[in-house]
Structure formats: C-alpha cells, structure tokens
Design a protein around this ligand. Structure first.
Ligand SMILES: *[C@@H]1O[C@H](CO)[C@@H](O)[C@H](O)[C@H]1NC(C)=O
Ligand SMILES: *[C@@H]1O[C@H](CO)[C@@H](O)[C@H](O)[C@H]1NC(C)=O
Ligand SMILES: *[C@@H]1O[C@H](CO)[C@@H](O)[C@H](O)[C@H]1NC(C)=O
Ligand SMILES: *[C@@H]1O[C@H](CO)[C@@H](O)[C@H](O)[C@H]1NC(C)=O
Ligand SMILES: *[C@@H]1O[C@H](CO)[C@@H](O)[C@H](O)[C@H]1NC(C)=O
Ligand SMILES: *[C@@H]1O[C@H](CO)[C@@H](O)[C@H](O)[C@H]1NC(C)=O
Ligand SMILES: *[C@@H]1O[C@H](CO)[C@@H](O)[C@H](O)[C@H]1NC(C)=O
Ligand SMILES: *[C@@H]1O[C@H](CO)[C@@H](O)[C@H](O)[C@H]1NC(C)=O
Ligand SMILES: *[C@@H]1O[C@H](CO)[C@@H](O)[C@H](O)[C@H]1NC(C)=O
Ligand SMILES: *[C@@H]1O[C@H](CO)[C@@H](O)[C@H](O)[C@H]1NC(C)=O
Ligand SMILES: *[C@@H]1O[C@H](CO)[C@@H](O)[C@H](O)[C@H]1NC(C)=O
Ligand SMILES: *[C@@H]1O[C@H](CO)[C@@H](O)[C@H](O)[C@H]1NC(C)=O
Length: 428
C-alpha cells in the first residue's frame, strides 16, 4: 500500500514537472475575440487572454499579432499570476488609444495600460510593436473629459520587469511609468512625441530600485527620463535624448515633502537640442536628499542649460517665490560630472542655483566636475555660469565655475586616491 502511494506520488511529481517545464503556452488575442481593425474595442479580448495567461503555469506568452491595430480603452492587467516562471507579452502589432478624450469611456487612475503586481514580466516589441496614446487632444487643456490625463504605460509593483523593443508614440502624459518596482531593465525603446507636447515624459522612475535603462532614443515635450522619489540604484546608459527637457533627477520635495533619490548613474548619453541636459531639480522648502549621482561621458549638441541643479524648481517654473517654503531644502550632494563635451545653445552653460538651509549651511555639497568642455554653437555668444550656495571641486573644466575649488590635474595626479579616472568606475 505504502509502495503504491509512493509510486503514485512519484508519477505525479514526474508528470507535473514535465508538464510545467515543457509548458510554453501562447495566448493570442485573436483567439479571445480581438478584431484588430483599430476601431473595435479590443479591451475585453485582451483581458480574457490575460486572465487565461495569468492562471497558466510554465512560461506563458500573450501575443499581440503583427500588422494589426488594436484599439484599447483603459485596461488593467492585474497580477499576481500563477506562473512561477516568467510571463511574456509580445507586442508585435500596434496598440492605440481612443482618438479623443471624449471616447475614453473608462478611467483607470492615471493610466491607460496598467500592469499591476505582475512579477517576472517580460514585454518585448521585437522592433515592430507600437503603443500610440493618441495624446494630442489631451495636450491642449481638456476640461470635458471625466478622466485624469493618463500616462500611457504604467507598471505598479512589478518586480523583475523587462521592457524592450517597443515604439511609444504621443502619450497623453508620460509614456512609460515605473512605480514601486524592483529589478527593472528597460532597453531599445523609441519614444516619440512633439517637443511642444505637455508633460510627455519619456520614462518616469518612481519609488523603484535597481533599474537599468539602456539604448533608447527618446524625443518628447518633457523629461526624456525622470528619476523621482524613493528611487535608488538607477543606471541610465546609451540614451539619445532630444527634443526634451533632459535626464532629470526630480523634481523632489514638493510642498515640503521628505523625498529621496540616490545612486543614479547616467553614462554615455547625448543631449541633442534639449532644453536641459544633466538636471537635478528640487522644490524650495522640501527635505530629504538627492545623493551619489553621476553624469559621465555626455555629448551635447546645441543643448540649452546642459548642466543644471535647480533648488528653486516649482512645477516647470523657477523661483515661484513662496517664502513659506524657503526655510529648508532637499540636500543635493555627491554629484559628479565627468567628461561632458559639446555645444550649447543659449548662454548659461552651468547653473547651480542652490539654496541655504535654515542654519545657513549650503544645500549643495561636494559637487565634482572633471573634464568638461562646453562651447557655444554661436561663437559670438559669451557663455556664463551661475553658481550659488554650492561647494565642491573643479578640474579641467571650461567654462570655469568660480565658486567651486580648483583642483588642478597636477594635484589630482599627486593624490593617491584620485589618479587618472578609471573610465569604467563611478566616482564621487
Ligand atoms: C471596452 O471593453 C471593456 C472591457 O470589456 C469595457 O469595460 C469597456 O466598457 C468597453 N468600452 C467601450 C467604450 O465600449
Ligand atoms: C515552478 O514550479 C514547479 C513545480 O511547481 C517547479 O518544478 C519549478 O522549478 C518552479 N520554477 C521556478 C522558476 O521556480
Ligand atoms: C522577432 O524578430 C526577429 C528578427 O526580426 C525574428 O526572427 C523573430 O521571429 C521575431 N519574433 C517574433 C515573436 O515575431
Ligand atoms: C512598494 O511595494 C512593496 C512590495 O513590493 C510594499 O511593501 C510597499 O508598501 C510598497 N510601497 C508603496 C508606497 O506602495
Ligand atoms: C549600475 O552600474 C554599476 C557600474 O557598472 C554596476 O555596478 C551596478 O550593478 C549597476 N546597477 C544596475 C541596477 O544596473
Ligand atoms: C517617497 O518614497 C518613499 C519610499 O518609497 C515612500 O515611502 C514615501 O511615501 C514617498 N513620499 C512621497 C511624498 O510620496
Ligand atoms: C554610446 O551610446 C551610443 C548611442 O548613443 C552607442 O551607439 C554607443 O555604442 C555607446 N557606446 C558605448 C561604449 O557603449
Ligand atoms: C540632432 O537632432 C537633429 C534635429 O532633430 C537631427 O537632424 C540630427 O541628426 C541629430 N543629431 C544626432 C547626432 O543625433
Ligand atoms: C553614497 O555613496 C557613499 C560612498 O559610496 C555611501 O557610503 C553612501 O551610503 C551612499 N549614500 C546613499 C544615500 O546611497
Ligand atoms: C559621498 O561620498 C563619499 C565618498 O565616496 C562618502 O564618504 C560619503 O558618505 C558620501 N556622502 C553622502 C552624503 O552620501
Ligand atoms: C573645447 O572644445 C573646443 C571645440 O571643440 C576646442 O576647440 C577646444 O580645444 C576644447 N578645449 C579643450 C581644453 O579641450
Ligand atoms: C562642503 O561642505 C561640507 C559641509 O560643510 C564639508 O563637509 C565638505 O568637506 C565641503 N566640501 C568641499 C569640497 O569643500
């Protein structure tokens, strides 16, 4: 009897193992009723396919077929899913939002396509997939829609997330938003919106940890990438940004909030015709910190404000002048700018507009600048630098930043801890 039970048990284990391991089911949205003509509401079909995938074991794949256009109303893809392996979504065709805000029948809070609490999610566009938010009517002030202006693709609490190979076009607001996720890789995205489209950030990172964004081309009407509160260990490499407002840490500290960002490393990026480049923005009166941040190997092509720390940021403006908030500041410290070359438009190459804390100490500390050469696209323009309430060091940097302490290359060479910088290392 015991033997029988044991052997049944073994058979059960073996069959369930081989079933799970071999199981790579695909869930094609056409099999769940999608029409793919760009007119029909395909949300229900997508949700049916998702719900089937979400209870599948093994490594299930949701397929959005090539050369078809799927109209989706706001849709929430919820987890957690049953598979203990990875969940794949292949977006090979085009997903489009309703044409006008009035046609948005449902409102998912702040998003059009939301993935919530799905772990091990791999979304791949394989270079043909497109997500078009049809955002242009939303960029003009919309008062009639009952929905909040949505972000196009949003991830909430998705750990071990990979997103690649998609083209994102014309979101009503931010294009890709990553909120409270750990272990994220975003790569090979192409994000496009006009330079005058309002608040159309490329990628927003919020409350997320261990995020790696690489090899993307981003041109929008707002930040190409913005790294916000609660985010730590974020690497951004090989990004071409422009048009847009640059790669930003913040804004943080709005309305007196305590907010933090740390360990952000931006490397080998190009700012082409952007309004800002390497940017850190904090609200007056906030608290917390932006720490251990580096911008390295940056190429500038006619960028305005290529290097900027703005501690008087307020909602796209500057020095809004509410004195009740001015008694504290988000600390900005350990920021390295290394190997930044190229041309700028406008006249201010470097802006360190920092504030003082209530006890009169500086709010921007240990800013390190090395090997920087910024020239104007217009040889007639005199380049200027704004430098307030900041300390740190400067080495081989043009234009000169008078309020940082010069640290000449000979001193650097003599110093045992700061020999010629290792191009593969981040330094502070
Ligand atoms: C689209 O389909 C979804 C899912 O079935 C449904 O909730 C929504 O009401 C539909 N929207 C319109 C405009 O038909
Ligand atoms: C998933 O679960 C199966 C059995 O339930 C197990 O054999 C397999 O190793 C698990 N896979 C992972 C990635 O944990
Ligand atoms: C993805 O693209 C590659 C190369 O173009 C192709 O070989 C592969 O079949 C595509 N994958 C899918 C699922 O279409
Ligand atoms: C973020 O997610 C973690 C679990 O992944 C959770 O414990 C935490 O409360 C979440 N934080 C917020 C602000 O939602
Ligand atoms: C960021 O880059 C550094 C240096 O190459 C590396 O040690 C670290 O693991 C990377 N972090 C992420 C989240 O990719
Ligand atoms: C900032 O992020 C932290 C950590 O994720 C979170 O606990 C906190 O609620 C956030 N603060 C605000 C003002 O959102
Ligand atoms: C730097 O980024 C560009 C894309 O802007 C890429 O073509 C190049 O290979 C990257 N260089 C390195 C060393 O990764
Ligand atoms: C910079 O942007 C301009 C205008 O969009 C474009 O023509 C040019 O090719 C871009 N340069 C690089 C190096 O990407
Ligand atoms: C900043 O970097 C230093 C040195 O690597 C480290 O000791 C410190 O914990 C970091 N701070 C934060 C907030 O990550
Ligand atoms: C700044 O970096 C230095 C050296 O890497 C480290 O000792 C210090 O703790 C860091 N400061 C902060 C505020 O993280
Ligand atoms: C800075 O760049 C300009 C324009 O490319 C070049 O003429 C100049 O020699 C460079 N200066 C240094 C110190 O490298
Ligand atoms: C900047 O000021 C802080 C706090 O007063 C101090 O600890 C630090 O050594 C200063 N750094 C430089 C480079 O002077």
């Amino acid at each position: 009897m015991r033997k029988l039970v044991v052997s049944f048990f073994i058979i059960y284990i073996v069959t369930s193992l081989s079933f799970n391991v071999g199981c790579q089911e695909t869930f094609n949205v056409f099999d769940y009723g999608a029409v793919g003509d760009g007119q029909n509401n395909d949300s229900e079909a997508f949700l049916k396919a998702w719900n089937a995938l979400c209870v599948a074991k093994g490594t299930p794949t949701l397929v959005v077929p090539k050369e078809k256009t799927f109209l989706l109303q706001p849709t929430k893809f919820s987890g957690p899913c049953k598979s203990n392996d990875s969940i794949h979504v292949e977006i090979l065709g085009k997903i489009v939002a309703p044409n006008t805000p009035q046609e948005w029948k449902e409102c998912e809070k702040e998003s059009w396509l939301l993935f919530s609490e799905v772990n091990n999610l791999i979304i791949n566009g394989n270079e043909t997939g497109v997500i078009n938010g049809n955002g242009s009517p939303w960029w003009r002030e919309v008062k009639k829609s009952k929905c909040y202006r949505p972000k196009a693709l949003r991830f909430f609490k998705c750990n071990d997330l990979r997103l690649s190979g998609l083209t994102h076009v014309d979101s009503p607001k931010g294009h890709v938003s990553i909120v409270n996720c750990t272990n994220v890789i975003v790569s090979d995205l192409h994000i496009i919106a006009p330079d005058d489209s309002k608040n159309t950030d490329g990628i927003d990172i919020i409350m997320s940890r261990h995020v790696n964004i690489h090899d993307c081309i981003i041109g929008t009407g707002d930040d190409c990438i913005a790294i916000n509160n609660g985010s730590v260990h974020v690497n951004v490499t090989n990004i071409v940004c422009g048009p847009g407002h640059g790669i930003s840490v913040g804004s943080i500290g709005e309305e007196g909030a305590y907010e933090t960002v740390a360990e952000v490393h931006v490397r080998n990026c190009t700012f082409n015709g952007t309004m800002n480049g390497a940017r850190i923005k904090t609200w007056p009166g906030g608290s917390g910190y932006a720490r251990n941040i580096s911008f390295e190997k940056i190429k500038l092509i006619g960028a305005k404000n290529p290097i900027i720390i703005d501690q008087n940021y307020c909602n796209g403006k500057h020095h809004c002048g509410d004195s009740t908030w001015s008694s504290s500041a988000v600390e900005v410290s350990n920021v390295t700018y290394y190997d930044i070359q190229g041309t700028m438009a406008d006249d201010q190459a470097i802006i360190f507009d920092c504030s003082k804390n209530a006890d009169d100490t500086l709010a921007c500390l240990n800013i390190v600048m090395k090997q920087i050469n910024i020239t104007s696209i217009d040889p007639e323009t005199e380049i200027s630098v704004l430098c307030k309430n900041v300390n740190g060091t400067i080495d081989a940097t043009s234009p000169n930043v008078h309020c940082l302490q010069a640290r000449t290359s000979t001193i650097v060479a003599d110093s045992p801890d700061a020999s010629s910088p290792d191009p593969n290392a981040y330094s502070f």
